[in-house]
Design a protein around this ligand. Sequence first.
Ligand code: SF4
Ligand code: SF4
Ligand code: SF4
Length: 226
Amino acid sequence: MKIDDVEERGFGRRDACKACTTKIPVMADLACGNWGVPPEESHRKTFVEVLTEKGEQLLRNAVEGGFVEVEPAPEEALKARDRTAAFMQRLASRWKERLDPLRNATRKERFDFYIGVLRRCIHCGACKEVCPVCACVDEDAKCMALYDETDDHIISLFNCIRILHLMDSCIQCGQCEDVCPVDIPLTLIHRRFSERMQRKLGYTPGMNVSEKPPLHETALIWGEEA
Ligand code: SF4
Ligand code: SF4
Ligand code: SF4
């Protein structure tokens, strides 16, 4: 079946993956896929992009061990790879619009939506545990430290802090939403806040491990004062 047909029926990839515009990995040692491989050869060939020395060594070892054979990608395959990536990016942009029920909403409607879904939170902490950009242990986590259920008014500081704190660094992976036991659309919420902030900061998280998120220093100063 074509993935489009599967996803039209509500199956397939998680929503975060559908809307992700980084279709060919750039932060990997090797990126492997069928982009650039003619359909008649896809049962025996994989398009492999070598992105690091470690990836190169891995591939070299596999060749020397007799596990794979390699050949340089012909010019036509490189063009097909770019066409496929561009097509998948357009598809992702369309998904992003389709998956956003708030794109034409008024301020009041947006506010009501956020309150309506976030008030379901039972503060299990699962979203924080799985988030790949949350590095705090519990005693250091401001979202945990400032949360007090006796002070809650409809939605908690836990959620407010998480939304604000992850605006520069959320990679929109969707793992928080996967584990949320009360089905809060966390990817959508984080995306709506973080996309605009990251555009303003000119920063795309997850693309360079040696580059810290721009608000990192602010978080440190704030943390020391708190
Ligand atoms: S979508 Fe953002 S907030 Fe949720 S787990 Fe991924 S990085 Fe963390
Ligand atoms: S304080 Fe910020 S970075 Fe730390 S766990 Fe909470 S949301 Fe994540
Ligand atoms: S996983 Fe869902 S219910 Fe649990 S703390 Fe996060 S938002 Fe709340």
